[in-house]
Write a protein that binds this ligand. Sequence first.
Ligand code: SAH
Ligand code: SF4
Length: 345
Amino acid sequence: MQSMTREDITDLSRAALSQWFAGENEAPYRAAQVLRWIYQRGADSFDAMTDIRKDLRRKISERFTIGRPEILDTAASADGSRKFVFGLLDGKRIETVLIPERDHYTLCVSSQVGCAQGCAFCRTGAMGFSRNLKASEIVAQVRAVRFSLPDPERLTNLVFMGMGEPLANFENVRDAVNLLTDPEVGMKFAARRVTVSTVGLAPKIAALGRETRARLAVSLNAADDETRSRIMPVNRAYPIARLLEALKGFPLKTGKRITFEYVLLSGVNDSPADARNLVRILSSIPAKINLIPFNPYEGSPFERPSEDRIAAFHDFLIEKHFTAIIRRSKGPDIAAACGQLAAGS
Ligand code: SAH
Ligand code: SF4
């Protein structure tokens, strides 16, 4: 027993953990008790779980560890955002960005090490794909950052907009979202404050809506197939019409909208004709548009449009009665802005 490699308890489902307790002749409710310590009170040792008998705590710790990836580095931006570099057990690295808003924090989490989608404007895409994150590795980013804050409750919003394509790692992202929003033993995030952003993997979109209560964001980035295929290879498999069709299968509560992200690239997708196309294709969808001026990185072939051009694009959408905002990415000085994350192995 003693020599057995201990398992990371955060890799077990609640059901599997209850079963383990039952096998040890302990009440299955112990599982909920332990999980609450980990996810709701930030415990990182079984010793901290003071309402569990000492001998039982010892038994648990002989069998399990509480995994938490190591924070290898943090960087603070002049605008208040903070980037965390995590080292995973196999030596890979991922990045997570904490963004202060007026009265709360938003955390931008990673779902994969690297990304296989190869979008031409994205630094994560340029590094290629290494592997999927386990559900526990996704949740651990949130645990580690939340419980390092003086007031953990202020972290209320999560966006799956870090490294990787969440829907290409569907099961693990789904399990992570469900634990993050679980009010009983999980991290109790309000589902309306959890947003999963996808490059547009059409076949998985309805499933995300069925199997989680997260909000959806879609990285559209171009309003015609020719341009979109040029900058986003995924568009060759799932062109715009197919993507929009899939979005109709995503359950939206009354009054709620799908967010569309649109990275503005000078001379590529920022013309008045592009704005008109965008209005046309989104006319029958409850949409909210986030315009993200391109964040440059070393070796990137694109440029950010001029401020006038950005404003003109935005103005046109507003004129057409769309909800559209210009999203200035946080953390460009520490390479933490959208599309700049690139820690790898
Ligand atoms: N893979 C998912 C989640 C990552 S989100 C997705 O693509 O949706 C990353 C967001 O940043 C996407 O909306 C993407 O279009 C945007 N982005 C990528 N590279 C960027 C860059 N260099 N400048 C600005 N935004 C970028
Ligand atoms: Fe991957 Fe998203 Fe970057 Fe595209 S934009 S390469 S899908 S992380």
